[in-house]
Write a protein that binds this ligand. Sequence first.
Ligand SMILES: O=c1[nH]cnc2c1ncn2[C@@H]1O[C@H](CO)[C@@H](O)[C@H]1O
Ligand SMILES: [Zn+2]
Length: 432
Amino acid sequence: MADIIVKNAYVLTMDPDAGDLKNGTVVIEDGKITEIGEKTSESADTVIDAKHSVVMPGLVNTHTHAAMTLFRGYADDLQLADWLEGHIWPAEAKLTADDVYKGSLLACLEMIRSGTTSFADMYFYMDETAKAVEASGLRASLCHGLIELWNEEKGATDLKEGKRFVRAWQGAADGRIKTMYGPHAPNTCSEEYLAKVREEANRDGAGIHIHLLETEAELLAMKERYGKCSVHLLEDIGFLGPDVLAAHCVWLSDGDIEILGKRGVNVSHNVISNMKLASGIAPVHKMLEKGVNVSLGTDGCASNNNLDLFEEMKTAALLHKVNTFSPTALPARQVLQMGTVNGAKALGTETGMLKVGMKADLIVVDMKKPHLTPCFNVPSHLVYSAKGSDVRTTIVNGKVLMDDYKVLVLDEQKVMEETQKAAEELVARVNA
Ligand SMILES: O=c1[nH]cnc2c1ncn2[C@@H]1O[C@H](CO)[C@@H](O)[C@H]1O
Ligand SMILES: [Zn+2]
């Protein structure tokens, strides 16, 4: 007998060989998808009737700082340097482990509610984020942020903690947790330090998550310091490869795009954060043309200000249309692919597609809504009209985390109240 059957659904498989099923069934057993078809002869403990709904792969958020939910709306409408160095970093200096646990748990709750089933995170006190992932049932690739700032002692302390974390949590929570190394950025870590991190990652067989050419200021600082940009520096020290996840990638030259494509680097496009901080417009259409794996990320809640990937998909589709003066740029299916298939590839997980043998990370989107009526084209609705709050059911690793809008794994009211309190106390400490 199977564990879960989702029936009567429009099945958006995102599998190019299978296409969509207008009225289909997905069968789940032992955490995996075991059958997809018109109907099934199987029976299951849990049968989900997905009438008037779409079942699709869960969305993948490839760049965030989950615990930054604590800073949602805390420092808006500021220059990036002022925002980060004048507001966020001083506030982060007052963070406690418990704050990070609460902020991460709120992020997990928000992701479950808005259809995100896995995410990549870079922050501090990462044991706490890992515990929140364990408790919430989500899937995640986590790393401790390494911010050397040319201070050898700080660099060494950060790297030691990063390594401890990589080894402590790799494969934890039934394999839902993966760990990575997290050098913050090429303009906050020295060349020697980045090379060292690459070596450690090779030794541990772990990937690397980094911010890359987010701002023009980074590009100018790199040119001044090294006479070359961040991508060329990383290329020259043998840093780049298919296990690298690079967030932002806004200030790329055509030559940089060639290098990222050639090395198989995964890019996390954070369109809303880039717009809010006025960082610029990443050359996404050019990257896709050159075969770069471009996925989607929200960045932290201090620069977004939420974790809703449906908003991210719509904004990406619209921005690149107006930026290229081409309404055919980034069509709905391609954006959905960035949010699912490409995200899963970036994290190296067997998810992102509804296909037999793949891990069962999927969501059910309620289409019986005024803003989704009538419905001629499902992918178009998912990108241009749907919202994260239309997700009614979220399943990760074959476990139902939210069933018909009811979150089963967390006490929603308690999480909100406790995080609200922790955020207020944190800000009081910052202002003291
Ligand atoms: O958009 C961004 N650019 C640069 N740094 C960021 C951004 N968002 C968050 N952080 C910072 O990255 C560190 C993660 O370990 C944190 O200090 C976080 O505030
Ligand atoms: Zn970031």
